[in-house]
Write a protein that binds this ligand. Structure first.
Ligand SMILES: *[C@@H]1O[C@H](CO)[C@@H](O)[C@H](O)[C@H]1NC(C)=O
Ligand SMILES: *[C@@H]1O[C@H](CO)[C@@H](O)[C@H](O)[C@H]1NC(C)=O
Ligand SMILES: *[C@@H]1O[C@H](CO)[C@@H](O)[C@H](O)[C@H]1NC(C)=O
Length: 295
């Protein structure tokens, strides 16, 4: 046997060792894929899968692999998940969340008072969230009725909130029946949102497709948004935002900068480009909304 054959055998041996040890979750090539079903999620649309999502996040966020640890939400299941926070910082430099199944929100009466985010990601860098799954906010009880939120600060009722998530990419998902905002990005840099669909009835009061605030270098493209209020709202502190080939409508309020200056605040949004977008039956296409200064 020459030295090259021995090298080959060694590599094959290592590969086998790797496959075996990955399956038993130990060894130097750690597990890289984290499936919610392995954490006890039922995915029947009724059982509370929140604890499974909490546990899978803990392992994913703690994974220290060289590759990209991936959380899998498999197709053909519907996971009922209550309000949940996915906090970083995580150990890996990249994360991948693949949502092929559906995720269902709790009804309004079980949301906490003044706690207005359902799926909240915070302090997670370089994360990709993709897949063909449906994020269903079951938000109809919020539409046109913000009773009990007066005096609460922060975001409107939001299905998926990304806060301080630099390098975020969101791709392919479908959002439906959001309570207020479907996808809200705040205090994040270098964000790409593409190929998403927002499909919520046109008479759903105050529902926005995408909201951005205090975010820098954001690219939104090739998406279809139907919601009751703004298609995309670009709020204070946003800079270098490009929106390209987005279809908004019907009866959307279009792409808005603002509202800015609520409560007499000094706010700005700058370098916003909107290219090649389509507005079907919109009450406006692109506009700037500001509050009057009260002296
Ligand atoms: C508005 O929402 C509150 C809180 O969920 C609820 O108690 C009330 O019945 C709702 N009002 C209407 C008119 O639907
Ligand atoms: C937005 O478009 C401009 C002009 O095409 C380009 O220079 C800039 O890099 C783009 N910004 C982002 C965040 O993609
Ligand atoms: C907008 O569409 C025109 C015509 O198809 C194309 O020439 C242009 O490059 C597009 N602009 C952007 C920013 O995609």
């Amino acid at each position: 046997m020459n030295i090259f054959m021995m090298q080959d055998l060694l590599i094959i041996g290592l590969l086998i060792f790797c496959i075996v040890s990955c399956n038993s979750w130990v060894g130097f090539c750690q597990q890289n894929t984290f499936n919610v079903l392995q954490y006890g999620a039922k995915g029947d649309g009724i059982s509370d899968d929140t604890p499974a999502f909490e546990k899978v996040w803990e392992d994913l966020c703690g994974a220290q692999n060289k590759g990209t640890p991936m959380l899998v939400v498999p197709a053909r299941y519907t996971f009922f998940v209550r309000q949940i926070t996915f906090s970083g910082p995580c150990k890996s430099q990249n994360l991948h969340i693949q949502i092929k199944g559906n995720i269902l929100a709790p009804k309004r009466d079980s949301w906490g008072t003044c706690s207005k985010r359902w799926l909240h990601f915070i302090n997670v860098k370089q994360m990709t969230v993709d897949g063909s799954g449906v994020i269903n906010g079951q938000g109809d009880a919020w539409w046109g009725n913000l009773t009990g939120t007066v005096g609460c600060t922060g975001v409107p009722p939001t299905a998926m909130l990304f806060e301080r998530c630099d390098g975020l990419q969101v791709r392919g998902l479908t959002f439906t029946n959001g309570p207020g905002s479907h996808l809200y990005v705040v205090h994040s840099e270098d964000v790409t949102i593409s190929h998403i669909v927002v499909n919520t009835p046109e008479d759903s009061h105050n529902t926005d497709g995408i909201d951005l605030s205090n975010s820098v270098r954001v690219n939104v493209y090739d998406s279809e948004i139907q919601s009751g209020d703004d298609c995309i709202a670009i709020k204070g502190g946003s800079q270098f935002v490009n929106v390209t080939r987005v279809t908004c409508g019907p009866k959307t309020h279009g792409i808005s900068v603002g509202s800015l200056g609520g409560g007499g605040e000094y706010e700005f949004a700058e370098h916003v480009n909107v290219y090649n977008c389509t507005f079907n039956g919109a009450i406006s296409a692109a506009r700037v909304k500001t509050w009057p200064v009260i002296l």
